[in-house]
Design a protein around this ligand. Structure first.
Ligand code: YNC
Ligand code: MG
Length: 387
């Protein structure tokens, strides 16, 4: 029983699929004039703020709030530790709106205690191209949990988005809410097994010694694919076309123009690592990318941080996917990442085992706001990565 989500325009559990099952909006159409002009009310002594990511001080406040209070694993051993450069990248794509970087402060002290963000994105769901926002970084200070602040943040960001004549949103979460459009599984590939075992991220397998484990996961120093190199600005037009051609086969995928590709895929050390394969004659045949998202290690006296790489957009063209992905592992290892994480989206399911990924615990669910799909999308038809 979802007191809040039961009132929202989202697919509900146990809904009867209508006979004329077709994708479409859930709410009756509205216009900007119908949208409430005043912000939603907050409890006494709290106030809304629009956060300015370009202000070092305000970026630091968001960074610190998330660093102490954002997503932890089920056993509370690790907590996402997004870097400031990463947050700047994640929150300021082309067309970003500062008013969608929405914070809550304590009026008397000015302390930032809650945050939610939206960024613009065109997302195709089956045959519908939707102008959406991607919602991310919903966070409430641990001392203010379970006071129904999250629903107020969600309603306020919805209002601010609706005022821009946008009526659909995409978001992902580990928790089960009404009602996922897709459910995906995380897989993990050890790059630095000794550290991963030391921090309790993984265990020594039965009948395995540390020496055999290190040998099992050992990677070469250099990628093997001829013509593989860092992506450069001049590659943007070709990469945009390559990506568009690949993503059209997926049930949910972003539609990225050249400026968005430039933003999301320009190489940025320890934020997003992007590589292309340049064939003879200068044609870009393949794309490989991953992003860097460390986690704090909670309560370990040997290590305080885990450096994880997450698979981003990868397009096999001339190179077989297993080889391309293995090169991603090699590059992530060579740049000091301890683990490589991937979901069973795209074509990954076919290759994760042979690349020595192990299945994780916990799922990632994809959700749509105010959009119904006639049928759930299987994870291997998901072509959208959210940060
Ligand atoms: C969650 N993750 O079910 P019901 S993901 C959405 N996403 O509502 P309270 C969530 N809803 O069940 P707390 C949620 N987690 O009564 C909980 N809820 O219907 C629902 N954690 O509110 C929950 N970040 O304020 C319940 O709960 C209601 O104090 C309870 O706050 C929740 O960014 C939270 O995991 C998550 O900071 C803020 O636990 C807090 O516990 C926290 O009493 C650690 O809330 C960090 C964390 C979430 C990461 C993410 C995506 C968020 C999507 C939000 C939905 C967007 C909808 C589209 C809006 C734009 C529309 C347009 C156009
Ligand atoms: Mg609360």
């Amino acid at each position: 029983n979802y007191a809040f989500w039961g009132t929202q325009p989202v697919a509900q559990f146990g809904e009867q699929p209508s006979s004329s099952a077709a994708d479409g909006p859930i709410d009756a159409p509205k216009t900007v004039e119908d949208v409430r002009k005043e912000p939603y009310g907050l409890p006494q002594n709290f106030e809304w703020v629009t956060c300015d990511i370009n202000s070092d001080k305000e970026l630091e406040e968001i960074h610190d709030l998330l660093g102490a209070h954002y997503v932890e694993d089920d056993d509370n051993m690790f907590r996402f530790a997004y870097s400031k450069e990463f947050l700047r990248w994640a929150l300021q794509p082309p067309g970003f709106q500062a008013v969608w970087h929405c914070g809550v402060r304590v009026s008397t002290t000015g302390k930032l205690v809650a945050f939610i963000s939206g960024i613009p994105a065109t997302v195709r769901v089956n045959s519908s191209s939707l102008k959406t926002v991607e919602i991310n970084f919903l966070c409430v200070h641990k001392k203010l949990r379970h006071k129904r602040l999250a629903p107020v943040l969600i309603k306020e960001i919805t209002r601010r988005v609706n005022l821009h004549d946008i009526w659909q949103a995409v978001y992902t979460a580990g928790v089960l809410l009404p009602k996922p459009v897709a459910e995906c599984q995380y897989w993990h590939r050890s790059l630095n097994p000794k550290k991963l075992i030391g921090i309790g991220f993984s265990r020594l397998a039965p009948r395995m010694t540390m020496a055999r484990t290190l040998k099992l996961y050992k990677l070469p120093d250099q990628p093997v694919t001829p013509g593989l190199r860092q992506m450069q600005p001049k590659d943007v037009p070709q990469v945009t076309a390559l990506l568009a051609g690949y993503l059209k086969d997926y049930g949910i995928a972003p539609e990225l123009d050249e400026e968005e590709v430039r933003h999301w895929l320009s190489f940025q050390e320890d934020v997003v690592h992007s590589y292309v394969v340049e064939g003879p004659g200068g044609a870009i045949t393949d794309l490989l990318s991953f992003y860097t998202l460390p986690s704090s290690v909670i309560g370990n006296d040997q290590y305080d941080s885990l450096k994880a790489a997450y698979m981003f957009y990868t397009v096999p063209g001339a190179t077989p996917l297993p080889q391309l992905m293995n090169d991603a592992l090699i590059l992530a290892h060579a740049t000091g990442h301890d683990v490589f994480n991937a979901l069973d989206i795209f074509e990954n399911e076919k290759i994760l085992k042979e690349l020595k990924f192990g299945i994780g615990d916990g799922k990632l669910r994809y959700y749509l706001f105010n959009w119904r799909v006639a049928q759930d999308i299987p994870s291997n038809k998901v072509g959208l990565v959210m940060l």
